[in-house]
Design a binder for this molecule. Structure first.
Ligand SMILES: Cc1ncc(COP(=O)(O)O)c(C=O)c1O
Length: 351
């Protein structure tokens, strides 16, 4: 059976160029700072993001965690959007390991405003946990790959800084945002005190993310990475693929965005499916309640025809385009969705 895997851009496999680079990378013990390939990747990442230094981590979750731990103390409060990955999908690490209290903000398209922060801040009072950090996410995964513009980022960062708060940017897919906005990625990261991005998603590397920021921040993050068991040895084999990812795989994200838009357009013409929000990058979120099924049921039905997608809350489902998806796969997915919707209408009668 034909399989179209739209569950995530993390299913991408390394390119032949990455595998070659991994095989021939100069290596050393990174715990001694002696892996030249890791050092090159960290320098490259810092330069790309316009920051002083960077740290290779095992995953995006670890990069977020070391970034958050490095800028907070136990008992403090962290402001996050209520569907932030760091809150919803990272196993509660910030509370479990950081002793931190999430202060959640519900925001349209996942984009927090200065007003949201103002409303979450509490007066200085013996009874309240002090707030120290704001986490933002660009692109916002669960909201549907939505993009924070430069103005939106700057507004939140400026406001947070005026109030003495630091800002961490979860930029797992920050290159998707930069491509969508047609701008240099460093502009989008400039205002944040720290940021992280993933090599292992649309950029197709097999493993790895980077925590990026000032030198002092990265020194602290390196200690936390060690505590979390993320200190690696000849990690150049990972870093080698990461360098290829940054240098060669960014521009092609345009193709993923075009495919996602095509998918969104095709699905929106099916009665009972609502695309929400508009497709901006490589993530398509739609609501299938108009078909009389739950998200889980819709996922199962498409799976029977080899189209793999993911369920979100209730009646929403998520599809993610990536290097393994061609335009033809999008046409196939749309036709499977049309037929499945037709069969449901036949079964349930008109809604
Ligand atoms: C926005 C966002 N942040 C962080 C992560 C975590 O990355 P990882 O899966 O490498 O831990 C993800 C992964 O999907 C993500 O989408």
């Amino acid at each position: 059976m034909r399989v179209v895997d739209l569950r995530s851009d993390t299913v991408t496999l390394p390119t032949a160029e990455m595998l070659d680079a991994m095989r021939s990378a100069p290596l050393g013990d990174d715990a001694y700072g002696e892996d030249p390939t890791v050092n090159s990747l960290e320098e490259l990442a810092a330069k790309k993001m316009g920051k002083e230094a960077a740290l290779l981590t095992t995953s995006g979750t670890q990069a977020n965690l070391v970034s958050i731990l490095s800028q907070t103390k136990r008992g403090e409060e962290v402001i996050l959007e209520m569907y932030a990955h760091a809150y919803c999908y990272e196993a509660g690490a910030l509370s479990a390991f950081g002793g931190l209290i999430p202060r959640l903000v519900k925001a349209q398209r996942g984009i927090i405003t200065p007003g949201d922060i103002a409303a979450s801040l509490r007066p200085v009072n013996l009874h309240f946990p002090p707030t120290s950090l704001v986490c933002i996410e660009n692109t916002h995964n669960l909201a549907g790959g939505t993009v924070w513009t430069l103005a939106q980022t700057k507004a939140v960062c400026d406001f947070a800084h005026e109030r003495g708060l630091r800002v961490h940017l979860d930029g797992a897919r920050i290159f998707n945002a930069a491509i969508a906005l047609n701008m240099d990625v460093a502009q989008l990261t400039r205002e944040a005190d720290s940021m992280m991005f993933c090599l292992s998603k649309g950029l197709s590397a097999p493993i790895g993310s980077l925590a990026v920021g000032g030198r002092e921040f990265v020194d602290t993050a390196r200690r936390y990475r060690m505590m979390l068991g993320g200190g690696m040895r000849q990690a150049g084999v990972i870093a080698a693929a990461g360098i290829v990812a940054i240098e060669r795989m960014v521009d092609r994200l345009r193709d993923d965005h075009a495919n996602a838009k095509l998918l969104g357009k095709g699905l929106s013409s099916i009665e009972g499916i609502i695309i929400d929000p508009e497709v901006e990058t490589n993530i398509v979120v739609c609501d299938v309640s108009g078909l009389g099924v739950s998200g889980e049921e819709w996922v199962k039905k498409l799976g029977e025809s080899g189209v793999k997608i993911g369920a979100l809350d209730g009646s929403k489902v998520r599809m993610v385009t990536h290097r393994g998806i061609e335009e033809d796969d999008i046409h196939y997915t749309i036709s499977v969705a049309e037929q499945t919707a037709k069969a449901l209408r036949h079964h349930h009668g008109p809604f």
